[in-house]
Structure formats: structure tokens, C-alpha cells
Design a binder for this molecule. Structure first.
Ligand code: GDP
Length: 365
């Protein structure tokens, strides 16, 4: 499953948020791949389309797709120089696909702020600087090594050095590596560096419990939005404290609590959806009488690889797929109805799966 790492300065609400996440995902027996790592929380990806599909197919069970959050506590000023447990935490960030950066936008005299006052933008800059510094180190090491290879007569490293020089310049200007325009080939050249600032990032603005419904009026949140807009990043206002209370409720109790708070849906759901978008993830469905299920793929995945998400045998023995778009199936009201309208297509190996496709795979065992 794809992973988002939660980072932020101490005392901003990371653990509170992470506990809400693990609480929300505590009862998920459907995901055998789930690790028992205490720093990993698995959540279901909320998707209204599953409800509709269930009404049409009436299956025995419904399984949403899942998403992992990793708690990367302990990132502090000086981490890139090995302060705190610095390098160890940076290594954990290398392994995630996206970063959720929690910033403190709540006031509470009883909870000290590591640098004195509440200033989310300066907090963001502190953390981002550590990531930039760590990347500068990786990039410079690689440039040096590749230059040696070029001197040794191996000219193929020239393109890599040229591209890394551009990345280095951006980093020295405090800009993340993801802000540098790189071609697909160039991205591939430097992919194995796993640069921290290359990973997509979104900001979770942690507001106090009495501001959940009016978070956008909070001046700290507005500052975070301004900062994020400049780098094209998304901001999700959330109250970690409230989320931990929501996570303990179920069904109607949960709905009532959300209504009392003046919320359409939990902040956690909004965060999951935002992280999903950030990663460019698509969902396709399988819909049989046994089970209706959502599966996650990366945008651009072809049919055999999409089948491989279910089982490697499905990919290896892939023959073709029967495909109907979610909306066509809903409009037709049944699989047979969609077939009669000619909306169920047969697609082959080169078919690029679309978000919302309902798929049935044919394969050789
Ligand atoms: P971490 O160090 O980033 O993991 O932060 P914690 O989750 O441990 O939170 C630090 C303190 O802030 C704890 O005492 C939390 O209860 C408190 N806290 C977290 N979110 C909120 C909030 O929205 N409002 C208030 N008043 N306190 C919060």
C-alpha cells in the first residue's frame, strides 16, 4: 500500500492525530498485508461510489481500499546534522511516498511551543530546511561521485550531473527539489537518490477544538494557506484533538457528533482524500456477488498491472478485461443493463485504467 509520512515539530499534535488514525483503523481485518509496526496506521479510503455499487450488486461483503500513515516523530531543528535522532528519522522519510506536514495553529498556554511562540510559517520553514539540508548532502555526494566517473572516461554521467546541478541550485535557494522542472528521463536518472524534498507534501493545519468549523478564519491557517499557495501545496485544516474523539465513535453517534461540530465529514477523511489526490491515485472496482471491492492504482496504470494489484497471477496470466465505467453502470442500474446498452467493453493489455472503472479480469492460471 502507498504510504504517507506524518512529520512536524514536537508538540504540534502529530501523536494525537496519529492515534486518531490508528483508532479509526483498529478493526480492519480485511488487510492481511497490514504490518503490526506501531508506527504505521492503516486507514480505509472513504468512497461514496462503494455505497452505490453495493446497492446495485448486493454483495456479501464490501471492502474499501486502504492507505497507510507512518508516524515520523522526532524531526527537530538540526536533524540533518544528526541532532536528536536526526538521521534515523530522515531515513524513515525516504521510505514514504508523500509527506503530511502537521503545523500547530492552536493556542494553548499549557503546551509549550519548541521555539517560544506560535508561528506556523516559521515552523514549516524549520522542518523544510532540515529536509533541504539533507538533500544537499545527498546531491553533493552524488555529483562528486559522478564527476569522478566522468573523469574516468564514463561520459554517461554527464546528463546526471547537469540535472543535479540544477537541483542543487534550487536547494541552495531554499526551494524543494520538486520545484525543479525535470523531464521524465531526468527524474528516472536521480530517482534512486530518494530526495526528501522531491516527495509531494501537504500541510495539515492543526486548529483548536472550538475552531473546527471556522478554521479558515483562523489567522494562523490563513498564513499557512498563503505559504502553501506559493509552492502549489494543499492545506487541510484539522483538529487533531477532535479527530481523536471522532475516531472513538461509530455509525449514528459519529454522524451526530459531526453535525454538532458543523462538519460534513471528519477531518481525517478529508486528509485521506487529499493524500490520495496528492499521490495521483486512482480507484478501480471489482463488483461480484461475493464481494464489491475498491483497489488503488497509480494514474496511468495499464490493465494487466492493475490486475496485478489483486494478485500477481492475474497479471501474469492476463488475457483481457471486461470494463464498464462506474457512472454507466449506475445509470444502467445493473450489469446486464449496461451490457444491453453496449457499455461493457472488452479491453486488452494496452488499456489504461481510468478512475472509477468497474473491472472483471479474464486470465489463464
Ligand atoms: P507531537 O509532539 O507533535 O506528537 O504532539 P502531541 O500530539 O503529543 O500534542 C502535544 C500536546 O498538544 C498534547 O498535550 C496534546 O493533547 C495537545 N494538543 C494536540 N492538538 C491539540 C489541539 O487541537 N488543541 C489543544 N488545546 N491541544 C492540542
Amino acid at each position: 500500500a502507498l504510504k504517507a509520512g506524518i512529520v512536524g515539530l514536537p508538540n504540534v499534535g502529530k501523536s494525537t492525530l496519529f492515534n486518531a488514525i490508528t483508532q479509526a483503523g483498529a478493526e480492519m481485518a480485511n488487510y492481511p498485508f497490514c504490518t503490526i509496526d506501531p508506527n504505521v496506521g492503516v486507514v480505509e479510503v472513504p468512497d461514496e461510489r462503494l455505497v452505490k455499487l453495493t446497492e446495485i450488486v448486493i454483495p456479501k461483503s464490501v471492502v474499501p481500499t486502504a492507505f497507510e500513515f507512518v508516524d515520523i516523530a522526532g524531526l527537530v531543528k538540526g536533524a540533518s546534522k544528526g541532532e536528536g535522532l536526526g538521521n534515523k528519522f530522515l531515513a524513515h522519510i525516504r521510505e514514504v511516498d508523500a509527506i503530511v506536514h502537521v503545523v500547530r495553529c492552536f493556542e494553548d498556554e499549557n503546551i509549550t511551543h519548541v521555539s517560544g511562540g506560535i508561528n506556523p510559517v516559521s515552523d514549516i520553514e524549520t522542518i523544510n530546511l532540515e529536509l533541504v539540508l539533507a538533500d544537499i548532502e545527498s546531491v553533493e555526494k552524488r555529483i562528486e561521485r559522478s564527476r569522478k566517473n566522468i573523469k574516468g572516461g564514463d561520459k554517461k554521467y554527464a546528463a546526471e550531473v547537469e540535472c543535479l546541478e540544477r537541483v542543487k541550485e534550487a536547494l541552495y535557494n531554499d526551494q524543494p527539489a520538486r520545484s525543479v522542472e525535470l523531464s521524465a528521463d531526468e527524474k528516472l536518472l536521480i530517482r534512486d537518490l530518494h530526495l526528501l524534498t522531491m516527495k509531494p507534501m501537504l500541510y495539515a493545519a492543526n486548529v483548536s477544538e472550538d475552531e473546527v468549523a471556522t478554521a479558515d478564519d483562523n489567522p494562523y491557517v490563513q498564513k499557512v494557506r498563503e505559504f502553501a499557495a506559493a509552492e502549489g501545496a494543499e492545506v487541510v485544516p484539522i483538529s487533531a484533538k477532535v479527530e481523536s474523539e471522532i475516531a472513538e465513535l461509530e455509525g449514528e453517534d459519529k454522524a451526530m457528533f459531526l453535525e454538532e461540530l458543523g462538519l460534513q465529514e471528519s477531518g481525517l477523511n478529508r486528509l485521506i482524500k487529499a493524500a490520495y489526490r496528492l499521490l495521483g491515485l486512482y480507484t478501480y472496482f471489482t463488483a461480484g456477488v461475493q464481494e464489491v471491492r475498491a483497489w488503488t492504482i497509480v494514474e496511468g496504470t495499464k490493465a494487466p498491472q492493475a490486475a496485478g494489484v489483486i494478485h500477481t497471477d492475474f497479471e501474469r496470466g492476463f488475457i483481457r478485461a471486461e470494463v464498464v465505467a462506474y457512472q454507466d453502470l449506475v445509470n444502467a442500474g445493473s450489469m446486464n443493463g449496461a451490457k444491453e446498452k453496449g457499455q461493457v467493453r472488452l479491453e486488452g493489455k494496452e488499456y489504461v485504467v481510468k478512475d472509477g472503472d468497474v473491472m472483471h479480469f479474464r486470465f489463464n492460471v
